[in-house]
Design a protein around this ligand. Structure first.
Ligand SMILES: Cc1cc2nc3c(=O)[nH]c(=O)nc-3n(C[C@H](O)[C@H](O)[C@H](O)COP(=O)(O)OP(=O)(O)OC[C@H]3O[C@@H](n4cnc5c(N)ncnc54)[C@H](O)[C@@H]3O)c2cc1C
Length: 382
């Protein structure tokens, strides 16, 4: 190939934008196709552990993140009713000394905005909803729902849990409803008046439900919480960021929880809810000139706060594999990427399901100590 190959990325979410900026920085021609009309400020917080912060540092975003994000003093785990501490992992300077990077909590939109700032506007095509993928001998054609199409030399599906790119080679999936939903909300801290929350990221563990509460801004002016609780499958909430929840029902679900939890739920004006689905690991993530990244290939319950972290690690490893690719052999580069990433992402996907991360003393090194910029680009031994 004499011209510079073009890599298409479907999805301008956390993983897609991260990959786009990394590939542009490495001299690739990139086109991103996003179904949304524009970016919107989705009401959600996100925890970034040292492993994704290491990726973001390599992208030059660390200082800008520190300016906007909240740095919790610890990852605190408490019994839902007595408030007894079951485990406290000191973060702050202790984590920085241990992992070289901080643990930060932020508004999801702030993270997304910083990632988007690294991708030139003319690279992203909004209003492009992928409908189908056609595999050519030396290229890939994307067919969009509005009847238009685009042809690229290779394609990365960063199109999230309901990935169309994934179904183009793995077929339609049938996720199982876990019987649980997650409520989440972002609201002004001022609604709590003088009785503010503590400076930790606190998870309150009940017998069959939990809630995680923390600040998401450096100014501590916004609070976020995310729950998990059973819900009757007869009324199925979609897996969606925009479904509204019922605050009265949520408060009732947590009526037995500690007063510190109830005061947060009482102050919060509204919330969204998301159905928690279960999926087994997919058999493979790549097919010829097409690869998957992020939730498209390893969707997981949010119980370790590692879904976006895995998408960022994927992006760094994939960018490195493509940078060292020989003779535009995309299939080989994609297979190497899958071989490196799949064991780790699968392990975290499966561990997330157990929902016991940090509840008691837990070894965090294997998750938080991973440095995607420096792990060897080698296939792990069988
Ligand atoms: C309640 C909750 C809390 C969470 N908390 C955390 C946390 O604290 N820390 C953490 O690391 N992870 C967390 N996660 C997981 C994290 O949100 C996901 O893992 C992460 O967003 C995955 O990024 P992605 O880029 O793969 O997909 P997404 O961010 O979902 O992006 C996919 C993009 O693709 C676009 N798209 C989809 N289909 C098409 C199509 N057909 N055509 C064109 N575009 C398309 C979408 O519009 C979107 O922009 C949480 C998840 C949930 C549900």
């Amino acid at each position: 190939m004499n011209r510079r190959p073009t890599i298409g990325i479907v999805g301008a979410g956390i993983g897609g934008l991260a990959l786009a900026s990394m590939l542009i920085a490495r001299g690739f021609s990139v086109r991103v196709f996003e179904q949304a009309h524009q970016f919107s400020r989705l009401g959600a917080g996100i925890q970034m552990a040292p492993n994704p912060i290491a990726v973001l540092r390599g992208m030059g975003l660390e200082s800008r993140l520190r300016e906007v994000a909240f740095a919790p003093v610890s990852l605190l785990n408490r019994e839902h009713d007595t408030g007894n501490v079951t485990n406290e992992v000191i973060a702050g300077p202790t984590f920085e000394a241990r992992y070289g990077v901080p643990y930060l909590a932020m508004h999801r939109a702030d993270l997304h905005r910083l990632l988007a700032s690294l991708v030139p506007d003319n690279v992203i095509a909004f209003d492009h909803k992928l409908a189908a993928v056609e595999y050519g001998a030396s290229d890939v054609t994307l067919r969009f729902t509005d009847g238009t199409d685009a042809t690229v030399d290779a394609l990365v599906g960063a199109d999230g849990v309901h990935s169309v790119v994934r179904s183009s080679f793995l077929g339609e999936e049938e996720p199982r409803y876990s019987g649980r939903i997650a409520y989440r909300a972002v609201f002004p801290a001022s609604l709590l008046g003088d009785d503010q929350i503590n400076l930790s990221r606190t998870k309150w563990w009940g017998p069959d439900r939990h809630i995680v509460i923390y600040y998401i801004t450096a100014a501590r002016d916004e609070i976020y919480f995310v729950t998990s609780q059973p819900e009757d499958a007869t009324w199925l909430t979609p897996e969606s960021w925009s479904t509204r929840g019922d605050m009265a029902a949520l408060r009732q679900d947590f009526a037995e929880f500690h007063p510190d939890v109830r005061k947060v739920l009482n102050a919060c004006p509204d919330a969204f809810k998301w159905a928690l689905m279960e999926r087994d690991p997919f058999s493979h993530w790549t097919e010829r000139r097409v690869a998957l990244l992020g939730d498209a290939c390893h969707p997981m319950p949010p119980y370790m706060a590692q879904g976006a972290a895995m998408a960022l690690e994927d992006a760094a490893i994939l960018a490195r594999c493509l940078q060292t690719m020989q003779a535009d052999n995309f299939a080989e580069a994609f297979q190497l990427y899958e071989a490196i990433r799949k064991p780790r992402a699968t392990q975290i996907q499966q561990r997330s399901r157990t929902n016991n991360w940090l509840r008691q003393q837990t070894s965090t090194e294997w998750v938080y100590g991973y440095d995607a910029w420096n792990v060897p680009l080698e296939r792990p031994a069988a």
